[in-house]
Design a protein around this ligand. Structure first.
Ligand SMILES: Cc1ncc(COP(=O)(O)O)c(C=O)c1O
Length: 369
């Protein structure tokens, strides 16, 4: 094939494409097995809110119309629930889109972006796509080291990403830690508090991040999503809460119809379905205790989680264990993508899924020394 002469921007040559969790259908197709469970992408094992599904059915015939580019009704519902102004909200095609908008709006080539290591990989992407430099600050005992992150600030720093709870470790930073961190960070730097797993947190130490946005911290943006506890990952809806000026900057680089109409309608319905959120938390808390107990029985060390996934050290090459588990129809995530070659990241599933995962893990561990 003839090589095309138009070359892409040099800044993007180092970007490694995102490696998503393997889809169930792909595993079914490749291995010719039907009974496959996925505990790899931190989705809600109970599925979506039934109210959201009903709302989509009712709205399906309207899809010939463009969606509301301003997400008016969804923003109205979010503003009322969160006690913020509608002008303090941006809705994105998943939080992923908002992360990219943050890069596009705030990072010039050569600017620096501070992230933890390990953490969610899309922060790095948001910086790299704009030619920004990523400053990685190692976690301590699997927790974000906010002191060191504040210490990594330079005159070129534009964004700091604080994933709370952190993916893949499931740990949180406390209110006190975040308060002192924000006191140290110069106001010209935007601090991104990614709270994708906010609804699962049980610790009383967890910060009330919206209090920062409401009360005089104009350099903070909070990100949340409908992909996790609300069970709408396939629809792609996430949102950000910040000072109207920050929102204004993000809207400059946002596409006009970035959130589709079914996603907007389903998210509104899901937001009101407190029973589904409550049940999802309950199942998660039960599953967490069950898995802790099973890991202890297997002699495996795990990181206690504030989220719907657990980072567990299986003490052997996790890729090999992953492949063998996959062949038995259980999809998990390997730690090597985060630099932890003997770890797995497991989404907490339903009781049956958790039991099947443990049965298969036990079998595979006995096959892999
Ligand atoms: C910490 C974190 N932020 C953001 C996202 C992306 O969420 P969304 O589906 O809203 O794009 C994820 C998804 O795994 C995540 O783990």
């Amino acid at each position: 094939m003839v090589k095309p002469s138009p070359a892409c921007r040099e800044a993007i040559l180092d970007i490694k494409p995102y490696v998503p969790g393997k889809p169930i259908e792909e595993v079914q197709r490749e291995l010719g097995i039907k009974d496959v469970i996925k505990l790899a992408s931190n989705e809600n094992p109970l599925g979506p809110s039934p109210d959201a599904v009903m709302a989509i059915r009712e709205a399906a015939e309207k899809i010939y119309l463009y969606p509301d580019g301003n997400c008016y009704y969804l923003k109205q519902a979010l503003a009322a629930k969160l006690d913020v102004g509608e002008d303090q909200l941006i809705v994105g095609n998943g939080t992923d889109e908002i992360l990219k908008l943050l890069g596009e709006a705030f990072v010039d080539p050569g600017d620096e972006v501070v992230v933890a290591d390990p953490t969610f990989s899309e922060y790095e992407f948001a910086a790299q796509v704009m030619g920004g430099r990523v400053m990685k600050v190692p976690c301590r005992d699997f927790r974000l080291d906010l002191e060191a992150m504040a210490g990594a600030v330079s005159p070129r720093t534009r964004l700091i990403f604080v994933c709370n709870p952190n993916n893949p470790t499931g740990t949180i930073v406390s209110r006190d830690e975040l308060d002192s961190f924000l006191d140290r960070v110069p106001p010209r730097i935007l601090v991104v508090l990614d709270e994708a797993y906010y609804e699962y947190v049980t610790s009383p130490e967890y910060p009330d991040s919206l209090a920062y946005v409401r009360g005089g911290r104009p350099n903070v943006i909070v990100l949340r999503t409908f992909s996790k506890i609300y069970g709408l990952a396939g629809l792609r809806v996430g949102y950000g809460i910040a000072h109207p000026e920050i929102i204004n900057s993000l809207n400059r680089v946002r596409e006009p119809f970035n959130v589709n109409s079914l996603a907007q309608i389903a998210a509104r319905a899901a937001l009101d379905d407190e029973a589904h959120v409550g049940k999802s938390k309950e199942v998660n808390n039960e599953g967490k205790e069950f898995l802790y107990e099973q890991f202890r029985a297997l002699g495996l060390k795990y990181v206690p989680t504030e989220s719907n996934f657990i980072f567990v050290d299986i003490g052997r090459d996790s890729r090999e264990v992953f492949k063998k588990m996959l062949a038995k129809g259980v999809i998990v995530r390997t730690g090597d993508i985060f630099g932890f070659t003997t770890f797995l990241r497991i989404t907490i599933g339903t009781r049956r899924q958790n039991q099947r995962f443990i049965d298969v893990l036990r079998e595979v561990l006995s096959e892999v020394p």
